[in-house]
Design a protein. Structure first.
Length: 401
């Protein structure tokens, strides 16, 4: 009897423990069933990521893993749509994201009499391939789905493809839309802005996007792809004073005959000293800014000389601070022009006060690829690839070592 009583008590305790465990787990199980959050994975996560990519809130590829980048994108989407910005993709957040992306991509079921371009006859569209926008939406001014958030240099995704296709259709951009806002797209945006007499800053904001929608609707098409107009070259000596809204005047890019391919260790580094100035010219826009040399190792650490130089530099990079490198022309202190690769992300320390740049940046020059692969296998090599690609674009010549 004693043994049986003990077994009965143990069974009762086991049942009570099971009930308590289920009581505590049931909210978590319900939470997991209805909400996607950091750490989740699977097809539902992939679909959410793709929607966020299409809407311009997430970069990269949908991999079905809900990590920090996806959580930040969810928060940004929630904030934009006045939802609770908690980074948890509940039913309301997912439904709004998926529906908004579908509305941006899917053709309208109702054809309109006026076609913009003669593609499929039943549902006129603008653009190419999967990014084509129904002509009915374009005629209604909805080329960008009513989303006029700024598209800028370095952005990637569906909205960039739509922008590129519109620039292609109006004659401001050649080639195929790849969804990557790089130098060619920046050049086309600046050219379109100049054509429309808008502020030519390379930022595709509300005024630019609305003007582009109108141009597409009206069938505007320039005969040749324009090049942004350049203004006379400014003096290399920066002005001591600047006004908050100013950027440096655009300059004519140097002629190819004046540009030399110079090696960092053999040519550039021995010819410059700390405290001297480099003049940087963006090939796409003619924007230029002055940098002061801070130190010289395997690359050149520099900082913008004035706040106006900082504003100009950031404008050339699409209005953001980014590690994405850009090929540039560089005028050395002795007056020679060469090419380099740089970014505009402030890091570590800087020495100039009141230049609105909290740190310094790096300018890379040509190095042997084998040496770069040994000492700087990631970012250093990426800059070397940018330099080589730019030189081939300019001259048609490959750099073999």
């Amino acid at each position: 009897m004693r043994k049986h009583r003990f077994s009965a008590r143990a069974l009762i305790r086991l049942c009570l423990a099971g009930c308590l465990i289920m009581l505590f787990l049931s909210p978590a199980l319900a939470y997991e069933a209805s909400t996607l959050y950091n750490g989740c994975s699977g097809e539902e996560v992939r679909q959410l990521q793709q929607a966020l990519i299409d809407l311009g809130f997430l970069d990269g590829k949908a991999d079905g893993v809900f990590g920090n980048k996806t959580e930040n994108a969810v928060r940004a989407f929630q904030k934009k749509n006045k939802l609770t910005a908690d980074g948890l993709a509940g039913e309301k957040t997912r439904e709004l994201a998926l529906n908004s992306a579908a509305k941006l991509k899917n053709p309208s079921a109702t054809p309109v009499p006026q076609t913009v371009y003669a593609d499929p006859p039943t549902t006129p569209t603008i653009g190419t391939a999967a990014t084509r926008i129904p002509a009915s939406k374009a005629n209604a001014g909805l080329l960008f789905g009513g989303n006029y958030d700024t598209i800028r240099y370095g952005d990637k995704g569906e909205r960039v493809k739509i922008l590129q296709n519109a620039l292609i259709d109006t004659g401001f951009l050649k080639g195929k839309a790849d969804g990557d806002f790089g130098d060619l797209t920046l050049n086309a945006v600046v050219a379109f802005q100049q054509y429309q007499k808008l502020t030519a800053d390379g930022l595709a904001g509300k005024k630019t996007l609305e003007a582009l929608e109108k141009a597409v609707k009206n069938g505007t098409k320039v005969s040749t792809t324009p090049v942004p107009a350049a203004t006379p070259a400014p003096t290399a000596t920066p002005k001591p004073a600047d006004t908050p809204s100013d950027i440096n005047a655009r300059m004519s890019i140097p002629s190819l005959s004046s540009v030399q391919l110079m090696h960092w260790f053999n040519d550039v580094k021995p010819s410059i000293s700390n405290g001297q100035y480099l003049l940087i010219c963006d090939p796409s826009t003619g924007l230029n800014w002055t940098l002061r040399v801070m130190s010289r190792g395997r690359h050149c650490d520099c900082e913008p000389l004035t706040s106006q130089d900082t504003r100009t530099m950031v404008t050339a990079f699409g209005g953001i601070n980014t590690w994405n490198q850009k090929a540039v022309y560089v005028k050395l202190p002795d007056g020679r022009w060469t090419i380099g690769s740089t970014h505009d992300m402030p890091h570590d320390s800087g020495g100039i006060k009141n230049n609105d740049f909290n740190g310094h940046l790096c300018v890379h020059f040509l190095r042997d690829m084998s040496e770069a692969q040994k000492n700087d296998p990631k970012y250093g090599v990426a800059n070397q690839q940018t330099i080589r690609s730019f030189w081939k674009q300019l001259t048609g010549q490959d750099i073999t070592k």
